[in-house]
Ligand binder design. Structure first.
Ligand SMILES: NC(=O)C[C@H](N)C(=O)O
Length: 508
C-alpha cells in the first residue's frame, strides 16, 4: 500500500502531530516536513504505507550492497532528527546523492524498517522517484560529516545552519522569541517598535555607533575635486567681470531706448552670467574634508541635520508609549561599540525591554520572574528534542536547569546585598572584568542626565513625560542572547546569534 497524502483539510489546519495515520503537506510547498513525520508520538510508524515527498540536505550517505542501493540521512531543519531514506540504484545514480551537503527532493513510500539491525528509526522512506538534486562540490564543501569546532564554524556563517548544533540553537532561539511575544501578549502588553536610529543616548556610556552620511559625501566630494578642480580666485573674478559687462550692456541699451526685444535678450544674457557666477563662487568654496564650523564637525549638513546613532536601548522611547498605553515592551536589535572580546559581549545584540506603568520595583521583579519562567516552560514543552540535543552535545544539565527555573520561585536580594556578596567573592580571589563597587544612587531624571555628562536640551521630550501626567513606572532589559546562552548551556555568545558582530568581525 502507498497512499497519497491528503492536502490540508482546510486553509487554516496545521500539520497533525497525532499518532493517527493522517499526514499533511506543508501548506506552502509541495512536501511533508520531516518534523511532522518523526516527532509524532509513534515516531512515524503509524504512517507506514503512505506516499510522501520530502526535501532536505543529506547529512550522511552511504552506498551499500555493492552499490545496489544507498541510505541517506536527510534533514530539512524542521527538527533535530534525520529521516532515513533508502534509494535503489534502479531509481537514480547513487553517486550523485550520497555526498554530505547534497540537497534532495525525493518521493517514496514510508516503511517500517526491518528489525534487528540496531536501527532506532521507527520509519524510513523507500524512494520511488528522485525529483530534484542540488549537488555539492565535495572537494571544496567546508562542512564535512565529521564535527568542526564551533570556532571553526564561525568562519562559515552562511553554511553553519546546516549543522546539528547551530540549527538546534536557531530553533531554540525562535521558540524563545515566540515565547516572549506570547507571554507579553497574554499579559496585556503592547509590542512597540522603538527606533534603531536614534538621537538619544540611553545609557550615556559613550558606546554608540554613529550613523552618518558625511563620510561618504566627503569622499565623493574629494574625488570630484580631483577630477574637476574647483575654480580659482581668478576664475571667480573673471565671472564677476562678465556679469559687470553684461550689466553695463543692459544699462546702455536702456539709455539708448533700444527695442524691447533687444533689451529682453540682453537681460537674459545678464541673468545667465549671474547664475554662472553663483555656481563658480559656490564651487570655489568647496574644500576637501568634513564640513566644519568653529573647528567642530558641522552635523547640520549630515543626513538627519544632527548627530545620530544606532540605539543602545529602546528604553527611553518605549517609556513614552508606557506613559499613554500603560504596559508595553520593545524587542529589537541594540548596538554597543565596546571593544569587548569576551564570550558574553556582542556589538549587535537583541534586547527585550518591558516598561510597566503604575508598577513599582516589586511588580517589575514579579514580571521578570514570570517572564523567565514562562520561557523555560515553553522550551520544555515546544523544543524538548532540541534541548535533548543540547544536553547530549554541550551541557548535560541544561534540561534540569530549565525544569528548576520553571518550577522554583526566584531568590531576591537588594542591590547592596548583591554588592556585598560580590565583594566577598572578590576577597576570596574571584576575578571580575569590572571592579565591584557600590554604584551611583538613583537620582531624579534631570540630575541623572547631567550626571551622565549629557546635555539636557535633547532630552526635554523625556522630561516632558515627568512634567505632564507623570506615572509611577518600572521596567527592565533582558539581553536575548544571554537568555539563549542560559537555556542552551552554550559557552560563547557568538554561537547563539545567526550573524555575530564583534570587534573586527561583521560577516555578510
Ligand atoms: N530597559 C532597560 O531597563 C534596559 C536598560 N536601558 C539597559 O540598556 O540595560
Amino acid at each position: 500500500m502507498c497512499d497519497e497524502i491528503p492536502p490540508p483539510a482546510d486553509q487554516f489546519s496545521a500539520v497533525t502531530l497525532s499518532s493517527s495515520s493522517t499526514l499533511q503537506k506543508a501548506r506552502f510547498s509541495d512536501r511533508v516536513r520531516i518534523r511532522s513525520i518523526l516527532t509524532r508520538p509513534d515516531g512515524g510508524a503509524g504512517l507506514a504505507g503512505q506516499k510522501v515527498r520530502i526535501s532536505g540536505w543529506v547529512k550522511t550517505g552511504r552506498e551499500q550492497g555493492k552499490g545496489s542501493f544507498a541510505f541517506l540521512e536527510v534533514n530539512d531543519g524542521s527538527c533535530p532528527a534525520n529521516l532515513q531514506v533508502m534509494v535503489d540504484a534502479s531509481v537514480s545514480d547513487l553517486s550523485k546523492l550520497v555526498a554530505t551537503g547534497t540537497c534532495v527532493t525525493v518521493e517514496g513510500c514510508l516503511k517500517i524498517p526491518p528489525e534487528g539491525k540496531g536501527t532506532k528509526q521507527k520509519v524510513e522512506l523507500s524512494v520511488v522517484e528522485v525529483v530534484d538534486v542540488g549537488v555539492v562540490d565535495t572537494a571544496t564543501y567546508p562542512i564535512p560529516k565529521t564535527k568542526l569546532t564551533l570556532e571553526r564554524l564561525r568562519e562559515f556563517p552562511h553554511l553553519r545552519a546546516r549543522t546539528n548544533s547551530i540549527s538546534a540553537i536557531a530553533r531554540i532561539r525562535h521558540a524563545l522569541a515566540i515565547a516572549t511575544h506570547t507571554f507579553f501578549d497574554e499579559e496585556g502588553f503592547l509590542y512597540i517598535q522603538t527606533p534603531i536610529i536614534t538621537t538619544s543616548d540611553c545609557e550615556g556610556a559613550g558606546e554608540m555607533f554613529q550613523v552618518t552620511t558625511l563620510i561618504n559625501h566627503t569622499e565623493k566630494l574629494e574625488r570630484d575635486l580631483i577630477e574637476n578642480p574647483p575654480p580659482t580666485e581668478a576664475d571667480v573674478e573673471a565671472a564677476r567681470l562678465v556679469v559687470k559687462a553684461r550689466g553695463e550692456a543692459v544699462a546702455q541699451l536702456k539709455a539708448a531706448k533700444a527695442s524691447k526685444e533687444e533689451i529682453t535678450a540682453s537681460v537674459s544674457e545678464l541673468n545667465e552670467a549671474k547664475v554662472s557666477l553663483a555656481r563658480t563662487e559656490e564651487r570655489s568654496r568647496l574644500k576637501p574634508g568634513l564640513p566644519k564650523v568653529d573647528g567642530k564637525i558641522d552635523y547640520s549638513q549630515d543626513f538627519f541635520g544632527r548627530q545620530a546613532f544606532l540605539t543602545v536601548s529602546g528604553q527611553l522611547q518605549v517609556e513614552t508609549y508606557a506613559c499613554g498605553l500603560s504596559d508595553v515592551y520593545t524587542f529589537g536589535p541594540t548596538f554597543r561599540a565596546e571593544n569587548s572580546h569576551t564570550s558574553r559581549h556582542l556589538a549587535e545584540f537583541w534586547m527585550v525591554e518591558p516598561e510597566l506603568a503604575f508598577a513599582d520595583l516589586e511588580d517589575d521583579m514579579n514580571c521578570a520572574e514570570a517572564y523567565v519562567r514562562y520561557m523555560c516552560k515553553w522550551l520544555l514543552e515546544k523544543r524538548y528534542d532540541d534541548m535533548e540535543l543540547m544536553a547530549k552535545n554541550f551541557d548535560k544539565g541544561c534540561i534540569d536547569r530549565l525544569k528548576l527555573v520553571a518550577s522554583t520561585p526566584f531568590g531576591r536580594l537588594t542591590y547592596t546585598k548583591a554588592i556585598e556578596l560580590l565583594e566577598e567573592a572578590v576577597a576570596k580571589g574571584k576575578k571580575f572584568e569590572n571592579p565591584v563597587e557600590w554604584g551611583i544612587d538613583l537620582a531624579s531624571e534631570h540630575e541623572r542626565i547631567e550626571e551622565m555628562g549629557l546635555p539636557v536640551e535633547p532630552y526635554e521630550w523625556y522630561l516632558d513625560l515627568r512634567r505632564y501626567g507623570t506615572a509611577k513606572h518600572s521596567g527592565f532589559g533582558l539581553g536575548f542572547e544571554r537568555m539563549v546562552l542560559f537555556a542552551t548551556g552554550m559557552d560563547n555568545i557568538r554561537d547563539v546569534i545567526p550573524f555575530p558582530r564583534y570587534p573586527g568581525r561583521a560577516d555578510l
